[in-house]
Write a protein that binds this ligand. Structure first.
Ligand code: IPE
Ligand code: IPE
Ligand code: MG
Length: 234
């Protein structure tokens, strides 16, 4: 049983946040990037050691070209502006998902952010870009290796090990997984909130963690054995 408290978030609702304000969807995505900063900053205070954020699904390539370009340039801008701050605050950054369809300039920025923050230990921040859990599982299976977990790791997480999710949060009113961490969320506690992602911050994270701590996790066992298995109590 891993001891790191792993929280994963499906950051949904940027578009609706903007539309409700009669603004362009881009405005919502920019506000969403600010929410990422806030939540990453707050995470260690809640005992979170690993935070995995869903930023762009493989199905999001089907959005209008202008929106995809906006998102890609926001990722570049985020990596450019945040890497130094991550080093300062001890945040190790990793990007998970496919890289072969990203622009070379984005891949270069990803590699340099990962290298610059490699030794940081206060929080591991993983951002999923061009990520599809289902594709990753299928690609791992097609590698036809004996150790499926090892090939899944290679297909999905680069050099990082597979990490079970403890708490999976989805903002933005929908109640679905949208192809995120299907394998790792096997025993995740699910938390859905109507809050749109750009409005999410420390207080909403606190409410989610509070709710998580009230849940009884059993992992298929009876309760006393499940507690020995490692209920996280932060
Ligand atoms: C989440 O917000 C960000 C991405 C999926 C890239 P959306 O853009 O999905 O916002 P809504 O769901 O349209 O409101
Ligand atoms: C899921 O949100 C993907 C991300 C948050 C990056 P979507 O907005 O793409 O999901 P659906 O289309 O509502 O399922
Ligand atoms: Mg959405």
């Amino acid at each position: 049983m891993q001891s790191t408290f792993h929280v994963a978030i499906i950051m949904d609702g940027n578009g609706r946040w903007a539309t409700e304000r009669a603004r362009n969807r881009t405005v919502g995505h920019r506000a969403g990037a600010d929410a990422v900063r806030r939540v990453a900053e707050a995470a260690p205070d809640f005992g979170i050691g690993l935070l995995t954020l869903y930023a762009f699904s493989s199905d999001n390539w089907m959005r209008p070209r202008g929106e995809v370009e906006t998102l890609m340039s926001l990722f570049e801008r985020f990596l450019r502006s945040e890497t130094a701050r991550c080093v300062e605050s001890g945040v190790r950054m990793n990007i998970i998902g496919r890289r072969d369809r990203l622009s070379p300039s984005l891949v270069r920025l990803i590699e340099s952010s990962e290298a610059a923050t490699r030794d940081c230990t206060a929080l591991r921040l993983r951002i999923a870009i061009d990520y599809s859990a289902r594709d990753a599982i299928v690609r791992a299976a097609l590698r036809d290796e004996t150790d499926f977990r090892a090939s899944l790791t290679a297909a999905i997480h680069a050099d990082a090990p597979i990490e079970d999710v403890d708490l999976l949060i989805r903002t933005g009113r929908e109640k679905r997984l949208s192809d995120f961490l299907l394998f790792e969320a096997a025993y995740a506690e699910l938390y859905f909130t109507d809050c749109l992602w750009p409005d999410f911050g420390r207080d909403e994270l606190s409410a989610a963690v509070h709710e998580f701590n009230r849940r009884k996790r059993r992992f298929g066992r009876v309760e006393s054995a499940a507690m020995e298995h490692g209920q996280c109590t932060t």
